[in-house]
Ligand binder design. Sequence first.
Ligand code: NAG
Ligand code: NAG
Ligand code: NAG
Length: 336
Amino acid sequence: MGFWLLCVLLAAVSGARGWGYYGCDEELVGPLYYRSLGASSYYGFFTAPRFARLHGISGWSPRIGDPNPWLQIDLMKKHRIRAVATQGSFNSWDWVTRYMLLYGDRVDSWTPFYQQGHNATFFGNVNESAVVRHDLHYHFTARYIRIVPLAWNPRGKIGLRLGLYGCPYKSDVLYFDGDDAISYRFPRGASRSLWDVFAFSFKTEEKDGLLLHAEGAQGDYVTLELKGAHLLLHMSLGSSPIQPRPGHTTVSAGGVLNDQHWHYVRVDRYGRHTNFTLDGYVQRFILNGDFERLNLDNEVSRAEGVVWLRGALAGWGTALLSTKVRPCFLVPPENH
Ligand SMILES: *[C@@H]1O[C@H](CO)[C@@H](O)[C@H](O)[C@H]1NC(C)=O
Ligand SMILES: *[C@@H]1O[C@H](CO)[C@@H](O)[C@H](O)[C@H]1NC(C)=O
Ligand SMILES: *[C@@H]1O[C@H](CO)[C@@H](O)[C@H](O)[C@H]1NC(C)=O
């Protein structure tokens, strides 16, 4: 079967928070048409979900006794989300003290947002007036957002006004059938990096297959593959006869990644310090070996470095056939 890749343009990573989405901080709920705000139920006309906007004249409340209350926002198309903010219902005793955030591209398939340490609970409000904003420690993309209240003011009921911060998501989605590949060719001279970022999302039904591969003439490589539905990162910054400490490092992440849902992978490397992120869960480690730079250039053929993104079940290092370039997911921020 196939393999989908969501190709993210991570332009010009130049700061610690460089996402290539500078200024991506618009409030997204306020401008929505009222049909975009839905809920499991509501308490009365003036607590319908359409009132769940920050600083609005009331707020959303579910029916008393709703066993599974939720508020749902349809952003109409995919957005990148970086923060969430809540407020109680105007001039009331109704506010939410703890909640969960779910997101997805379809209304029948939700992913919980996990905070650091796999805790999906957000702290909400302490009164009806103050807006409490949480900047998310990883950004996600979704069309639909659900807020699930878990606890609320014991002297009132659930009352919620919601803000979401982010921007429309610009991306290309590419489909691979197991044989295709796309390549990213570095600008000349930019393929010896001290600092780099790889980030992309994928979904597939396959348990095994190569997702990304790049190698240089000096034996450096970076490979991301699925094996038994786990994600493996293999990386080496090289080794040499003089410094024979082997440079190879393998780290695995996740389980059941062939579930046909999008998974977000990100590798941040500075020297040998590496953060390997899968769906918001970060593993930090130090690469083996003595080298600090990833050299993906090929001095033999005098070609620049190339990164290959491949679909499932393909062999690697074989199909160097395309010269068509898509600067799709990788930008070495600086050429040190
Ligand atoms: C998870 O969050 C809740 C509320 O935000 C908190 O009470 C709890 O201690 C947290 N658990 C962990 C393991 O951090
Ligand atoms: C609401 O709570 C915030 C603290 O979160 C506080 O600064 C503010 O004064 C409170 N507002 C009222 C009206 O009590
Ligand atoms: C890894 O994450 C930590 C904590 O967020 C951060 O301080 C560090 O700079 C990151 N390292 C890299 C190489 O991005």
